[in-house]
Design a protein around this ligand. Structure first.
Ligand code: UGA
Length: 452
């Protein structure tokens, strides 16, 4: 096998790697997914996706059955199999809270490199501090047999949870950082399925071929921009609130300007998840190390605006429940609060850094009897926040509540009947933490409604 139809390995079958492995098999490539986690590999090999992502289960089963997709925990098998190895392992926030931890990248690269027996390309996909690709190159130099000429490249990904299959099969761009024509050709061949699919649909996928540093920076720059956009509109929400404006109409109005665009201008309880919050912190830390800390100082403000949204919900809750705030914050003891939503966004079971769960914890800390319900995130939420009380349905959570907080905009909540819920609740007070409810409908049903 060679550049015509390279065989692909994806190392790390978490959210990113599993989605890529499955989607590239769907595009016709022969694919191997590798992970050190035996349980995860057994699950995937058995046809079950270990996380919630619309459409992915079906693709997994189809491509397993077609024999194009296999999974392994064996580095040697991976090294023997693939021409191009994509590193998709996690890069969690370091214990010090700022920079990214590269232990998994290091383990995957060294584990693989020492078993390689022929020329291959190692491509980084994980979100990393700029400079990591050069470091990976050195690692490979140290651990792979020198005569093989193993090369390194970088290709960031931009997939959004809930839309991951679409984002991989039909990306809005492909960015590759390479140092040689050979690496460029191998990566082109590795993505030819994506370009071919686009051609049959009369689309084009822009391809940016650049250097390592730019490829690495594109990823964090994109996430920093998205986070900034969200905090910008949340800052406007703060001003609207004191000025008596409506941030939803404001967002719609500025969004008609194509230079601004109407997406990612949804004000609410702010951004969470495994990417935006940690990426903007790691980006600041890296810029600081490089002596450009000042350039990214605004990202600190973006972070603060975002975190302020969480405490704002707590203040609103106190206001609605008629509780005064002391120096230690409001006392909500004796109240019961339904928290609807535990995931960081709808159509996902991911609760990492979820604003909803953070707010639920704040409410509980203030003394409220908090009852959480989420359509897909309950299992993960119970692990992340074991001290909170969980209810098996929306109705169970709302029954007897003095206040309802909608903190993730699941369709189940947006389409809920405020009349029926009003009969279950002890008090008809609702905080719309995502500005996703029809306020007229809720008000008409007798609810005291507060948006963000
Ligand atoms: C984000 C980026 O959107 C992807 O492009 C990127 O590839 C990914 O991170 C990553 O680095 O892997 P994701 O974390 O799946 O994707 O979630 P988003 O859809 O970006 O939402 C992030 C958070 O922002 C959510 O909590 C969401 O509720 C919030 N958000 C989003 C808002 O509060 N307002 C908006 O207008 C949009």
């Amino acid at each position: 096998s060679g550049a015509a139809r390279p065989r692909l390995a994806f190392l790390g079958t978490g959210y990113l790697g599993a989605t890529y492995a499955i989607c590239f098999a769907e595009l016709g490539y022969e694919v191997l997914g590798f992970d050190v986690d035996e349980a995860k590999i057994a699950k995937l090999a058995g046809g079950a996706v270990p996380f919630h992502e619309p459409g992915l289960d079906e693709l997994l089963r189809r491509n397993l059955a077609a024999g194009r997709l296999r999974f392994t925990t064996d580095y040697k098998e991976t090294a023997d199999f693939a021409d191009v190895h994509f590193i998709c392992v996690g890069t969690p926030q370091r214990a010090d809270g700022m920079g990214a931890d590269l232990v998994y990248v290091e383990a995957a690269v060294t584990g693989l490199a020492q078993h390689l027996t022929r020329k291959a390309l190692i491509v980084g996909k994980s979100t990393v501090p700029v400079g990591t690709a050069e470091w990976v190159e050195q690692l490979v130099g140290k651990h792979a047999p020198a005569d093989l000429g193993i090369e390194v490249a970088w290709s960031p990904e931009f997939l959004q949870e809930g839309f991951a299959v679409e984002d991989v099969l039909r990306p809005n761009r492909i960015v590759i950082g390479v140092k040689s024509e050979w690496a460029n050709a191998m990566l082109y061949a590795s993505h030819k399925g994506v370009f071919d699919l686009a051609a049959t649909e009369d689309r084009e996928v822009p391809l940016v071929v650049t250097d390592f540093a730019t490829a690495e920076l594109v990823k964090v720059a994109a996430n920093a921009f998205l986070a900034t956009k969200i905090s910008f509109i949340n800052a406007m929400a703060e001003v609207c609130e004191v000025a008596g404006g409506d941030v939803t109409q404001l967002a719609r109005s500025i969004g008609y300007d194509p230079r601004i665009g109407n997406r990612f201008l949804q004000a609410g309880v702010g951004f969470g998840g495994g990417c935006l919050p940690k990426d903007i912190r790691a980006f600041q830390a890296r810029a600081q190390e490089l002596g450009a800390g000042e350039a990214l100082r605004f990202l600190h403000e973006v972070d603060l605006i975002n975190l302020r949204r969480r405490t704002r919900v707590l203040q609103l809750a106190a206001e609605l429940l008629g509780r005064r705030s002391g120096p230690a914050g409001p006392d909500l003891s004796g109240t019961r609060v339904a928290v609807l939503g535990a995931t960081f966004k709808p159509n996902s079971d991911d609760v990492r850094d979820a604003p909803s769960l953070a707010v639920a914890a704040l409410l509980a800390k203030a003394g409220a009897d908090v009852r959480v319900y989420d359509p897909e995130g309950m299992e993960n939420a119970k692990v992340a926040q074991p001290d909170l009380a969980y209810e098996p349905s929306m109705n169970d959570a709302v029954r007897g509540a003095d206040l309802v907080c909608v903190l993730t905009e699941w369709a189940d909540f947006r389409n809920a009947d405020p009349v029926a819920l009003g009969e279950l609740a002890a008090g008809r007070r609702v905080i719309d933490g995502r500005n996703c409810l029809d306020s007229a409908l809720w008000t008409h049903a007798g609810w005291e409604y507060r948006g963000m």
